[in-house]
Write a protein that binds this ligand. Sequence first.
Ligand code: GTP
Ligand code: MG
Length: 204
Amino acid sequence: FHIFSSVYFSSAVNRKQYVNDGRKEIAFIGRSNVGKSSLINNLCGQRKLAYVSREPGKTRTINYYAIQSRRTVDEQEQRQEWYLVDLPGYGFAKTSQENKDTWSTFIDDYIKSSPSLVMVGLLIDLRHPGLPIDMKAYEWLREIAPSLVVIGTKEDKLKRNEARENLKKLNKLFPADYPAISYSSLNGDGRDSLYRLIEQKVCE
Ligand code: GTP
Ligand code: MG
């Protein structure tokens, strides 16, 4: 399974702008600065597809990236066209309560109005498993996401055994439809596991 093409497609700030053309969608969500845009770039093997910044709160819109992938089954090449969706982060320190409510209504509406959404990846900083804000997001997503996978990000910032321990904690605190994956957008750790899962969702 290989992603051979990825291009920015469109952005949405309201329901009228959701894509809904029948192609499947896989969306990433998580705290601001957790590494959603970096993960999308790493998955696609591109450096500047999704905008990455040290400043939290950079991604403010729902961003669709059109993806083309291929795999070979019984010597037959199959191609898939689908979308990766980068969602704005939550928990941005400067956002007021009013903005928080707008944010959750916005994302709630996106998830509920996207029949082709097949999976949501909830990104959690592997250094900080179990933050209250992530627990809240998890409990809410568990109810509305079509299927859920938890991804522990920035694995490269931890020692190997700490990373292993924290991955266990993620699985315990955030049981989802698949085992949690630890990921590094810096060195690509976890990418193959995520590829396998995406292949399953996109090709099923
Ligand atoms: P918002 O769009 O603001 O919600 O943030 P985001 O979740 O898209 O995070 P983004 O990908 O922009 O990354 C935030 C910061 O974390 C950047 O400085 C990245 O370089 C850094 N970062 C992201 N992923 C990793 C990783 O796997 N390892 C390391 N060391 N740094 C990372
Ligand atoms: Mg971003």
